[in-house]
Design a protein around this ligand. Structure first.
Ligand SMILES: [Zn+2]
Length: 493
């Protein structure tokens, strides 16, 4: 109480003295300048090589220069403190090295922070403490004009993210640290409560205290090293939200084991194509170019470029010349067959001189033994497949496909019956003659060819097209009937 009375006394004395203070050199007490904010400076120094400038009209505070900011206290002392409540926007030049303690602590109207350096520069700013971070009051942080929101990538030029860097960036949903980032400072992502997913490189070895505290939304942590390597990362306390999330690890070092190829773009005689396959261990895809084939493909021929399987040729053929026609005179076909005829499993090589430029496997539906004919021998093998005495893995993909010779999707007794029928008919075909000669002279051969369709996929497409025309006609007739009936008057009951 005594103190308060003393203070009032001093104030009264000073005020009463003021009108009489005509003495030269007498400094008026600071007290008088408090109510005179209109005359307060709007710019000045705030550190070595740092200046501030406040625009009262727009509410913008600019911090310009290339140095360290002075520290202030919880009681104030910031050179812009007279405007603390009026600062709406803070603009920080890229050259700033540090932000002093309590710098923007009382700037409760602050909404937007614009920093004009890049993410790497921002990560290297020293904040004196949480109380020095403008996001303690602001809502939006813009780095180089871009709002820190959604997904961000910390570039590989950053090795350390300093303390508090992304404090309270609530709109961040995912952060990916590039390979090269080694440590995350204290509270570096504190209260980023929109953060869901984090990708951590193998280079990271230190996650500072409370780096991800109050990040309640984290569900996915992808660590690019192994589980063992994750065990060597030092995670300081206050990071339970991070550790509670599902952490996925990279598979151990391995040689990739790829699944089947998927053709993305089929090649043509002169244009390349592309195909891709995926590692069954790490899931990484490898995409490669398929060379231009070097041949024109006749109608009815199907090439599966995933396995380089050619189907659609007639049984008993010994050459691909009329089916796959080379576009260059120097290209020739060579074959690996069991009886000089192209059967299921036969290999065909397109060669440019001595160089192999394409390798294909032949598929003749119904021919499972590889002799190019479908007959009773095939019926025996297909019967074994139908009764599970042989498996797809045992016979190989091409033979397995050839076994379903009626193309109904199952290998069963119907296929066996069809092959037995074909075998009977084949006894009437002179197998010493070439396919060309047989086609001209043997009705039994033509009948035999018709038993097993070698171009089922093309027929399915054709059927589809025919069906759609049929559907169209049906719907058109329906429409006409409906129209006719609408003109017929309803009779009285
Ligand atoms: Zn792999």
């Amino acid at each position: 109480m005594k103190k308060l009375i003393a203070s009032i006394m001093v104030v009264v004395m000073v005020i009463t003295a003021a009108p009489f203070s005509g003495f030269a050199g007498l400094d008026l007490p600071e007290l008088f300048s408090i109510s005179a904010s209109a005359e307060s400076p709007t710019h000045g120094s705030c550190g070595f090589n740092l200046e501030w400038d406040f625009d009262e009209f727009s509410g913008e505070l600019l911090i310009n220069g290339t140095g360290n900011m002075d520290d202030y206290s919880v009681y104030g002392g910031q050179p812009w403190s007279d405007y603390n409540m009026s600062i709406k926007t803070l603009i920080i030049a890229g050259g700033i090295k540090s932000i002093g303690s309590f710098a923007f602590y009382d700037c409760t109207a602050l909404k937007d922070v614009y920093y004009y350096g890049d993410i790497a520069d921002w990560c290297s700013i020293t904040f004196a403490g949480m109380s020095s971070h403008p996001m303690i009051n602001a809502e939006n942080l813009y780095i180089n004009g871009t709002l820190v929101k959604g997904d961000i990538v910390i570039p590989d030029s950053v090795t350390r993210i300093l303390d508090y860097a992304f404090y309270n960036c609530a709109e961040l949903t995912s952060v990916t640290f590039s390979e090269g980032v080694s440590s995350l400072g204290w509270f570096s992502f504190y209260e980023c409560d929109g953060l869901k997913s984090i990708t951590i490189p193998k280079s990271l070895t230190y996650i500072g205290e409370s780096a991800f505290e109050k990040c309640k939304g984290i569900t996915e942590v992808k660590y690019n090293g192994t589980e063992e390597e994750w065990g060597n990362v030092f995670v300081d306390w206050g990071n339970d939200e991070l550790l509670k999330a599902t952490i996925s690890f990279a598979p151990p070092a391995h040689e990739c084991v790829y699944g089947e190829w998927t053709v993305i773009a089929e090649p043509t005689a002169t244009e390349t194509g592309t195909k891709t396959h995926v590692c069954t261990i790490c899931g990484e895809a490898e995409t490669v170019t398929i060379s231009a084939t070097g041949f024109e493909t006749a109608e009815g021929i199907t090439i599966d470029f995933a396995s380089n399987t050619v189907s659609g040729i007639n049984a008993g053929e010994s050459s691909l010349e009329k089916y796959l026609v080379p576009v260059d005179e120097s290209y020739t076909w060579e074959y690996e067959t069991t009886n000089d005829r192209l059967g299921t499993g036969s290999k065909a090589f397109l060669k440019d001189g001595d160089t192999v430029i394409g390798e294909y496997t032949i598929l003749v539906y119904g021919d499972t033994t590889g002799d190019s004919w479908y007959d009773g021998q095939d019926a025996v093998l297909v019967s074994c497949l139908a009764n599970d005495m042989l498996t797809e893995a045992g016979v190989g993909e091409a033979v397995y496909m050839a076994a379903d010779c009626n193309h109904d999707g199952v290998i069963d007794d119907l296929d066996v019956a069809l092959l037995n029928e074909a075998g009977t008919l084949l006894t009437e075909v002179d197998q010493s003659k070439s396919a060309e000669v047989l086609l001209e002279t043997s009705t039994a051969y033509v009948e035999y060819l018709e038993l097993v369709d070698q171009s089922p996929e093309l027929d399915v497409e054709k059927e589809k097209a025919e069906m759609s025309i049929f559907d169209f006609i049906v719907s058109f007739i329906k429409l006409i009937i409906e129209m006719l009936f609408s003109y017929i008057p309803v009779p009285y009951k």
